[in-house]
Ligand binder design. Structure first.
Ligand code: PMP
Length: 362
């Protein structure tokens, strides 16, 4: 059977080795007589899995000691509310950069808790680029600045970190779809959050990395479960955390370490993205709408010249083992998500298929 290459935007492809290990450990984890799914989150077995996950993640991502790492449920979408609830800290407003559907959702939710100042937006060009910082108009009184380093739907990625040095405005990032895809200087951020279901695990877990001096003050009426300090003080065990998702994420983090860490991942991710974009730029049968410097290494949206061929493209792709290429329901076209676990070979097969399809339908 031909290999299957899964280009889903998330939940997404996981490393085969991780799935095989999970299969082998499914009924009896390390001689405990239990599946990880059956363990008490407070028992010594699961506590060891949780501790290892945090240690490995801290090492892999070089997370400084003055940052808390929280393992939460509720998806990245809950963070759209948790961020303002915890980080407004008595201020009146917060800055947001709007580069697409995910940042729009984040800033809409924040409006429930503070005034939102949109410091920059790429809506003028249908969210196809990342506004450079010289065009930003930051409210210096804003409690923080939130941006989305990688817009999963639009395929727009910041290839630079905003520079807020000289201000006391913490930088906040929804890095869901670029998490652990390249090295990141965590110390530049006040808070970063990511749903794990793209680059590092299954759905159900959201990782929040937050500088510890920023937590402890919440807006009145904040539910206990939405208070970062509660989770930090209880080592993410205030309630039952998503144990199985944490276990699988731990295995992926170990896999990333074995692969050579984030520098090695970045190299492979650059090679994959380059292969696909270089091809897209040689043809007018396909089109990628995103400005060249801001093209995402993770999510590559493209359209066919004739949208009437979309269904046929997807059907034939499937027969070549290339699945989940359909674009987001709001934008149509195609989207190839090429996260960490997508091998270079998968992108090669995709490009060869795209060439063949184009020449057969020229
Ligand atoms: N932010 C970004 C950038 C995303 O890609 C997604 C999910 N696609 C979300 C937030 C929402 O994540 P969740 O479904 O885990 O709430």
């Amino acid at each position: 059977m031909e290999p299957i290459y899964n280009f889903s935007a998330g939940p997404a492809v996981l490393p085969k080795e991780v799935l095989q290990q999970a299969r082998d450990e499914m009924l009896d984890w390390h001689g405990s007589g239990m599946s990880v799914m059956e363990m008490s989150h407070r028992g010594k077995e699961f506590m060891s899995i949780a501790a290892r996950l945090e240690t490995d993640l801290r090492e892999l991502a070089s997370i400084p000691p003055n940052y808390k790492v929280l393992f939460l449920s509720g998806g990245a979408s809950s963070q759209f509310a948790m961020v303002p609830m915890n980080l407004v800290r008595g201020k009146k407003s917060a800055n947001y950069i709007n580069t697409g559907q995910w940042s729009t959702k984040a800033l809409k939710e924040a409006k429930k808790y503070c005034a939102v100042h949109v410091a920059a937006s790429s809506e003028d060009a249908n969210f196809t680029y990342a506004p450079t910082q010289d065009k930003w108009n930051i409210d210096p009184e804003g409690a923080y600045l939130h941006y989305t380093p990688n817009e999963t739907i639009g395929g727009v990625e910041f290839n630079w970190i905003p520079d807020l040095s000289g201000t006391d405005i913490p930088l906040v990032a929804d890095i869901s779809s670029a998490f652990m895809s390249r090295p990141l200087d965590v110390s530049r951020f006040g808070l970063i959050y990511a749903g794990t279901q793209k680059n590092v695990g299954p759905a159900g877990l959201c990782i929040v990395i937050v500088r510890e001096d920023l937590i402890g003050t919440t807006v009145p009426g904040t539910p206990t479960m939405f208070d970062y300090k509660i989770h930090a003080d209880n080592d993410s065990m205030y309630n039952t955390p998503p144990t199985y998702a944490m276990y699988i994420t731990g295995l992926v983090v170990e896999w990333l370490k074995q692969k050579g860490g984030l520098q090695a991942m970045e190299k492979i991710n650059i090679a994959k993205a380059r292969l696909l974009y270089d091809f897209l730029d040689t043809t007018d049968f396909y089109h990628c709408p995103v400005a060249k410097p801001d093209r995402s290494r993770m999510n590559v949206p493209f359209t066919l010249k004739d949208p009437g061929l979309d269904e046929e493209f997807l059907k034939q792709a499937r027969t070549h083992g290339l699945i989940q290429l359909k674009g987001h329901r709001s934008v149509g076209g195609m989207r190839a998500s090429i996260y960490n676990a997508m091998p270079l070979e998968g992108v090669k097969v995709l490009v060869e298929f795209m060439k063949e399809f184009a020449s057969n339908h020229a």
